[in-house]
Design a protein. Structure first.
Length: 77
């Protein structure tokens, strides 16, 4: 299945691109994807991840055509 990954703010800068398309195996969940991406880009595991604009449980199964967005941690004052 094919999934669109989007990267925001500093993650976009670190990835060198605002998005990437990847092929995943059926049954891949959000935890699997984040872990896999974190092996090559460790900074991604520190942020928030959403599927189709919704923050979901890490066990949520990713579906063909989904958009997975990676957001860096935010601090406030």
């Amino acid at each position: 299945m094919r999934v669109r990954l989007r990267f925001f703010a500093s993650f976009r800068d670190q990835m060198g691109s605002p998005e990437r398309w990847v092929d995943l195996e059926e049954g891949t969940n959000l935890r699997d994807l984040t872990s896999s991406m974190g092996q090559h880009h460790p900074f991604l595991v520190s942020g928030l991840v959403a599927i189709n604009g919704r923050y979901l449980d890490a066990g949520t199964i990713i579906r063909d055509g989904d958009e997975v967005a990676f957001f860096p941690p935010v601090s406030g004052g």
